[in-house]
Write a protein of this length. Structure first.
Length: 357
């Protein structure tokens, strides 16, 4: 039986979102309705609202793809999910095409992304395929002092860098350089450290650098104070002093800025792996032949396949990834002011919007 819900709509670029009452319909075969506990505000959401990044679903559209909640209605074939606490995968592959069957679900051409392909998580409820759900053990979650809303950021801010670290083949003794350690980058640093890498963090924000030095980074550099060749020399010196390799560095560009991408490309060494995790619409001029000369590789990373989520969630619940120091909750009713605050870099933690009663 259908019931009323609420959601916030992006109607046009650069304009405040508006609240809408809508009817939560019965889910179709294999689908579920999730009552949302929290939805994180991601850099990608800002791109849609402020920068003109195109959504696949025409406007008006409810944004938000970092979602956690509880299954309150289940369609035929998804009955086992009823009542379960879940995180919703930010990218839901079809699981049926050749790409999915070959382990390349992130580039599935029939993938579904909340807040892009369908209405997203800045709402009271969302309807999604059950194949995109990952269960959360609430007993373990409460033991960590966390709420289900806190887990929403796992859906992108944690799992996206998790997949990037796995894809880069981080090993014990690797040197990992993370550029941009707010949000996604902060988790990239934690995950790389937990996988055995020594982490160098680079940012322009002193507070973020000091914070990540408590959660995985062994060295920090402020790009406003040291950059270009001097930065590379400083990292070489750090590597030498600590018995780390001068080759095969793993560089994670998480800032989503041209300056960050320029710095990342400038840090290429022989055998390096450059993982592009952040996104910007701005263009960058580089000498692509450096990849050839260093026999290096550059890897993109779009979201994370649902299959990686359980391991990432375990890292959170085991304490290998700390979430609480990096998030803060706000009422969903404050969505417009929160978006503007994030856009103006006025928040130091990732905002999670929580629907009211």
């Amino acid at each position: 039986m259908a019931f009323p819900g609420q959601r916030w709509l992006m109607n046009e670029i650069g304009q405040p979102m508006s609240k809408e009452q809508f009817e939560v319909a019965d889910p179709g075969h294999g689908d579920v309705v999730v009552e949302i506990s929290g939805c994180g505000v991601c850099h990608t959401d800002l791109g849609y609202l402020y920068d003109g990044v195109r959504t696949n679903h025409q406007l008006p559209l409810t944004l938000g793809h970092e979602i956690s909640g509880t299954v309150v209605v289940s369609g035929v074939g998804a009955e086992d999910w009823m009542g379960k606490s879940v995180v919703i995968s930010a990218v839901i592959p079809c699981d049926e095409c050749d790409l999915c069957k070959s382990g390349k679900g992130t580039i599935c051409r029939s993938q579904m992304m909340p807040g892009n392909d369908i209405h997203g998580g800045f709402a009271s409820h969302i309807t999604v395929p059950a194949r995109g759900l990952i269960e959360v053990d609430m007993q373990r979650l409460h033991a960590c002092g966390m709420t289900l809303a806190d887990m929403s950021v796992v859906a992108d801010a944690v799992t996206t860098p998790y997949q990037a670290v796995i894809q880069a083949e981080i090993q014990q003794g690797s040197l990992a350089i993370v550029i941009g350690v707010g949000g996604v980058g902060g988790y990239a640093a934690q995950i790389a450290a937990a996988k055995g890498a020594t982490v160098v963090a680079i940012d322009v924000d002193t507070a973020k650098l000091e914070m990540i030095s408590k959660y995985g980074a062994s060295a920090i550099f402020n790009a406003r104070e040291i950059s270009g060749r001097d930065l590379k020399k400083a990292i070489f010196a750090f590597a030498k002093d600590n018995g780390l390799p001068a080759t095969q560095w793993n560089i994670f560009e998480c800032s989503g800025t041209t300056a960050g991408q320029q710095a990342a490309f400038g840090l290429l060494v022989h055998g390096a792996t450059l993982s592009v995790v952040g996104f910007t619409m701005d263009k960058l001029e580089v000498r692509l032949s450096n990849l050839m000369a260093y026999h290096a590789r550059a890897l993109g990373n779009w979201g994370c396949t649902p299959g990686h989520y359980p391991a990432a969630i375990d890292m959170v619940l085991d304490g290998d990834i700390q979430v609480l120091p990096f998030v803060e909750q706000h009422p969903l009713e404050d969505i417009n002011s929160v978006f503007e605050a994030v856009h103006q870099h006025q928040l130091t933690r990732r905002a999670i919007l929580t629907p009211g009663p």
